[in-house]
Design a protein around this ligand. Structure first.
Ligand SMILES: [Zn+2]
Ligand SMILES: [Zn+2]
Ligand SMILES: [Zn+2]
Length: 232
């Protein structure tokens, strides 16, 4: 039994047109972000650094004229503020306090990302993307957003579908489509797969895609999708 995930390009996105690798504009100025003792802002700072160094995100954010503003707790405004400081400030390290406050205020009901508390960088990154979607298209459903101006969905959303394929009889289940902004995969599983396939590596062009597929299938023991009981 194999569990397969197929990856598709984001609907309507045209990455090739808006992204030119190697152009001079892609050299984003590098500055640090402050993390004073007790602030525990490293999870947020690393998410901000990732976003800043992604050319496609940085440029798209700059070009957006307006948004649904949440005032003091507006993640969109706070992020734009940091980006503008990255670009114009003469300081070598900048405070991320405004964004930290906006994040804490936005998630106070969930008790996530609160001031002084540590949190998860990947989840912070994903939540910032979701909030930016809400800032740009507040009425669009997060799972089916097709707005051309939504950076979150145009640049990050992957439409995936899961399908189980039986190794014994080849039967497959109906594909189950869903949208994902961040794809989580175990690094250990990925490394194991890379090690197991080191012989094939020289031959295969789409090695990473296959590794991802195999790594997310490990340990999945689902039954034959047409209900046949195969003997082991
Ligand atoms: Zn705002
Ligand atoms: Zn969206
Ligand atoms: Zn089967």
């Amino acid at each position: 039994m194999a569990w397969v995930k197929f990856f598709r390009r984001p609907a309507g996105g045209n990455l090739a047109k808006s992204y030119q690798p190697g152009s001079m504009l892609s050299l984003a100025p590098t500055k640090g972000l402050l993390n004073e003792p007790g602030q525990n802002s490293c999870f947020l700072n690393s998410a901000v650094q990732v976003l800043w160094h992604m050319d496609i995100f940085r440029r798209s954010l700059r070009q957006l004229p307006n948004h649904d503003c949440h005032g003091e707790s507006c993640i969109f405004c706070a992020l734009k503020g940091i980006f503008s400081q990255f670009q114009h400030s003469r300081e070598r390290a900048l405070p991320s306090d405004n964004l930290r406050h906006a994040l804490a205020e936005t998630f106070k009901d969930e008790q996530r990302f609160q001031l002084g508390a540590m949190d998860d960088a990947a989840e912070c990154f994903e939540n910032i993307l979701e909030r930016i979607h809400l800032n740009i298209v507040p009425d669009a459903d997060i799972d089916s957003c097709t707005s051309k101006s939504c950076i979150t969905h145009q640049k990050f959303a992957m439409t995936l579908y899961e399908q189980s394929v039986c190794r014994s009889c080849g039967a497959s289940s109906d594909p189950l489509p869903f949208t994902e902004l961040v794809h989580y995969v175990s690094t250990t599983a990925l490394c194991h797969q890379a090690y197991d396939r080191r012989e094939e590596r020289l031959r295969s062009d789409d090695m990473f895609g296959e590794l991802l597929q195999a790594a997310s299938t490990i340990g999945d023991l689902r039954n034959c999708p047409v209900g046949v009981l195969h003997s082991a």
